[in-house]
Each structure stands twice: as structure tokens, then as C-alpha cells.
Design a protein around this ligand. Structure first.
Ligand SMILES: Cc1cc2nc3c(=O)[nH]c(=O)nc-3n(C[C@H](O)[C@H](O)[C@H](O)COP(=O)(O)OP(=O)(O)OC[C@H]3O[C@@H](n4cnc5c(N)ncnc54)[C@H](O)[C@@H]3O)c2cc1C
Length: 286
């Protein structure tokens, strides 16, 4: 299996900046993310604090980023990373059925503004999950509920519905939902997850759903879930000035390491994280 020098998780300004700087230093990289790069980027109506681009819209800035990475032959792998395991000399990066290997990792996954639901953390692994396609076989002929925060969640819901006996889809956004026949769309606000040893019910503001499984599909999951053993501090990944985390070879940049949440800060940190990863890989001669 090909072992990359640096795997970058996230395609926002932090991840893209890490990618271009690692590429300039001739490293063999892989970057995971989405076609739109970052939902936070394309949503910004007007940006006045990104040096050199006064008054640009988020969509225009995204096009500039796209031209930049294309000019440097950087291709984004459009996959969501589920877990990253530190194996000592290298990292195993789990993406559904595929495992990638890299000598170092830059976590640039942004931050979720939404708070976890009541019961979410308590029932994690006991009916609550963040990757529907990974865990779908556990719910063959069972009732499953998917709370989807983005369009990609529809694809996961469609897949799970092929196995589940019943699938409820709760969209947390407005769109034309492309869902298979038989999936019940529930337009309601999730409030609470209840059960004894496992999830039994999802309480919504105006009804209750009996469910065996509950998938909460957001743009990003907590970094501590993504990388077991990663040290957090007040909801952010703890790093030093070189963007080093507590795990050797693992670096982090952008909103996921702390405030202020801004593009140019994220890009700058992406640069530092990439250079630190380059030094790490070179020093190890691995
Ligand atoms: C409406 C709005 C307006 C804003 N306006 C401004 C502004 O004017 N000026 C300014 O400086 N800042 C602004 N911001 C803040 C700015 O968007 C963020 O600070 C910036 O996007 C952070 O960059 P990032 O790379 O750290 O994370 P993000 O941009 O959030 O990118 C992280 C990416 O990683 C992906 N990802 C997460 N987990 C995984 C995984 N497991 N596998 C694969 N990919 C994953 C995410 O889906 C996302 O695409 C605004 C934000 C919003 C929401």
C-alpha cells in the first residue's frame, strides 16, 4: 500500500493552505474534503478581512482557491474520514471500507457550531453513530433515524434504507431532498435521545420516534472522536506554536484549534502545520 508523507483532513482554508505548502516542499500528500471545499466558505456573503481580497464573496474566494490548487495539481479526495489511528511509525486513516496510510497527519476539520443533542454523548456507540454507511449492517431489518445536516447525508440515508426496515430522515437544512421511496421525511426539531442501555426513542418537539439506531451526520465530528487519544482543551484541539498536538506526527490547524474563527488565521496555521509535518517526516527519515 502507498504510504503518503502527509494526510490532510479537511478542505477549508486551513487544509488547502497546508496542502499547497506541503506540495511546495515536495511531499507526497493526500487531502480529504468536499467539492465545495467548506460550507462556511461558500456561505460568506462578503469578506473584508482576507488580505488582498477586499469585498470578495465566499463563492469568489472559493474559485480563487480552486484555481490555486488546480495550478499546483492538487486533487482533493472527496471522502469523509471516519477515524484516524496512531500506529506508532504511521497513521491508519479509515474511510468507509478503505484504509489509507500516512507518516503524518494534519487535522483541519473546522468546528461545528451546533451543540450535541441531549443524550448524544451518553448513547454514542449504543445506538448513536456518526457514520451511517459504516454501521448500516448492524441495523438490518431495524428502525433507523438519520438526522442530516447536509446534502451528503441523503446518500448515506439512501444506503441505510436498503437494509433497515424503516428509515426516518430529519433534515436540518432546506433543499429538494433526493431520497429513496419509503423513507419518511420528518420536519421537526430533535430534542432528546432516550433509552435504558441503548437508544430507544428520539424525542422531537412535536412527536416521538421509536428507533433502534440514530445517525447524526454533520460536516465534521469532534476531533477526539476522529483521532482517539487526541488531547482537547475547552472544545478545541490543544496545540503548541508549531501546531503540534499531543500525538507525535499529528498536527492541527484552523477553527478546530481555537478562536478567532477566521479565514486568514486558518490559512496561516495550515502553513505552520504543513511545515511542522514536513520537518517531522524529514527528521524521522521514514
Ligand atoms: C456565514 C459565515 C461567514 C463568515 N465570514 C467570515 C469572514 O468574513 N471573514 C473571516 O475571516 N471568516 C469568516 N467566517 C469564518 C470562516 O468561515 C472560518 O473561520 C474558516 O472557514 C475556518 O477554516 P477551517 O479550514 O479551519 O475550517 P472549515 O472552513 O470549516 O473547513 C473544514 C472542512 O473540513 C471538512 N471536514 C471535517 N471533518 C472531515 C472529515 N472527517 N473528513 C473529511 N473532511 C472533513 C469540513 O466539511 C469542511 O469542509 C465566516 C463563517 C461563516 C459561517
Amino acid at each position: 500500500m502507498q504510504r503518503y508523507d502527509i494526510a490532510i483532513i479537511g478542505s477549508g482554508p486551513a487544509g488547502l493552505s497546508a496542502a499547497i505548502n506541503a506540495k511546495i516542499r515536495n511531499k507526497n500528500i493526500i487531502i480529504f474534503g468536499y467539492e465545495d471545499f467548506s460550507s462556511k466558505l461558500i456561505k460568506a456573503p462578503k469578506i473584508n478581512n482576507y488580505l488582498g481580497f477586499h469585498g470578495i464573496s465566499g463563492l469568489e474566494l472559493k474559485e480563487k482557491f480552486k484555481e490555486h490548487i488546480e495550478a499546483m495539481n492538487i486533487e482533493i479526495t472527496y471522502e469523509r474520514v471516519n477515524n484516524i489511528y496512531a500506529m506508532g511509525e504511521y497513521f491508519s486513516i479509515m474511510v468507509n471500507e478503505t484504509i489509507y496510510e500516512a507518516k503524518s497527519v494534519v487535522v483541519a476539520t473546522g468546528i461545528e457550531y451546533t451543540k450535541p443533542l441531549k443524550g448524544e454523548e451518553e448513547f454514542l456507540g449504543k445506538g448513536v453513530g456518526y457514520c451511517a454507511t459504516c454501521d448500516a449492517p448492524l441495523y438490518r431489518n431495524k428502525i433507523v433515524t438519520v438526522i442530516g445536516y447536509n446534502k451528503e447525508a441523503e446518500e448515506e440515508a439512501n444506503y441505510v434504507s436498503e437494509l433497515a426496515s424503516k428509515l426516518y430522515y430529519i433534515p436540518m437544512y432546506k433543499s429538494n431532498y433526493e431520497l429513496r421511496d419509503g423513507i419518511e421525511i420528518v420536519q421537526d426539531k430533535p430534542m432528546d435521545i432516550i433509552g435504558k442501555d441503548r437508544v430507544e426513542k428520539l424525542i422531537l418537539s412535536s412527536r416521538q420516534l421509536e428507533t433502534d439506531g440514530l445517525f447524526i451526520l454533520k460536516d465534521s465530528i469532534s476531533p477526539a472522536q476522529l483521532v482517539p487519544g487526541l488531547l482537547m482543551e475547552e472544545g478545541h484541539i490543544k496545540v503548541d506554536r508549531t501546531m503540534k498536538t499531543n500525538i507525535e506526527g499529528c498536527f492541527a490547524a484552523g477553527d478546530c484549534i481555537g478562536r478567532p474563527y477566521q479565514y486568514i488565521k486558518a490559512s496561516g496555521e495550515g502553513l505552520i502545520a504543513a511545515l511542522s509535518a514536513v520537518s517531522y517526516v524529514d527528521s524521522k527519515r521514514i
